[in-house]
Design a protein. Structure first.
Length: 268
């Protein structure tokens, strides 16, 4: 194992690790010398990612679980701590998106989206945070979205679940800064992943369609490099994407213009 990587001797846990940004982050963390716990509900995908790490695969631990069911999460975290001793970075990348209008989205679907994006994420975070407080160090990372900073058509439950993460993780930071706990929230715009293919429609089924905007987005590999740089620089918010990120600044500085633009943007 090379001792030249910036993550040498560190342990990172990455959810959503079987595809997209999560997968790209696994490769980068392994390349930089870290031991990496990889999680998702796709065990075959996790095995593929581990194998793709080549000589670094011995430092990749597969820990599959479903964000929709975290009833055994404390035991899973305790097992990793017992085997590895510590967790330096927790990157909550896993989640699910949505493509349905408010009035056609049943409440059970809103709850499902929240169960995965919000409750699943904070369940793992709380279980890991306890150990980070004991070791008096750690960096927690959550994945939001640009629509986690404003509403957007066809994403009511998704947008709301991502906005909730901001309030939670900002509170985690304020409460635990004294314990040397760092917190970053990733705010992706358009990244070329399969998230829109797996987005849920009003019936709770995957759309199977790639958004035009995402198809033209930056690569997961480029996104991973931006995220790692942001983590190393201890950024509270890590913006990932292209010109669409301008909407964040327009929303903050000129709300009336944002609503005029958002009303005309094709939502898919």
């Amino acid at each position: 194992m090379s001792q030249n990587g910036i993550m040498y001797g560190k342990t990172a846990w990455i959810t959503g690790a079987s595809s997209g940004i999560g997968e790209a982050l696994v490769y980068q963390f392994v390349k930089e010398g870290a031991t990496v716990i990889i999680s998702s509900n796709d065990i075959q995908g996790l095995r593929r990612v581990k194998a793709a790490c080549g000589s670094g695969s011995s430092r990749v631990i597969i820990a599959p679980f479903d964000l929709a069911d975290t009833s055994d999460i404390t035991a899973l975290v305790d097992e990793q701590i017992k085997n590895l001793g510590k967790i330096d970075y927790l990157l909550n990348i896993g989640g699910i998106s949505q493509r349905s209008r408010v009035e056609e989205t049943p409440l059970w679907l809103d709850r499902k989206i929240f169960e995965i994006n919000y409750f699943g994420t904070i369940a793992l975070t709380k279980a890991v945070l306890i150990h980070m407080i004991k070791q008096r160090s750690g960096h927690l990372v959550a994945t939001s979205s640009i629509s986690g900073r404003f509403g957007f058509p066809l994403r009511s439950g998704y947008s709301a679940s991502k906005q909730a993460l901001h309030g939670f993780f900002e509170t985690v930071f304020l409460e635990n800064k004294k314990h040397n706990i760092r917190v970053s929230v990733i705010i992706p715009g358009r990244v070329r992943t399969n998230i829109s293919l797996h987005a849920l429609n009003a019936e709770g089924k995957e759309t199977g369609q790639m958004d035009e905007g995402l198809a033209g987005g930056i690569s997961p590999e480029k996104a991973a490099l931006i995220i790692i740089k942001g983590i190393m620089n201890n950024k509270k918010e890590i913006l990932v994407g292209g010109k669409e990120l301008l909407l964040l600044h327009i929303r903050r500085l000129c709300p009336w213009l944002f609503f005029r633009i958002a009303d005309k943007v094709k939502p898919t």
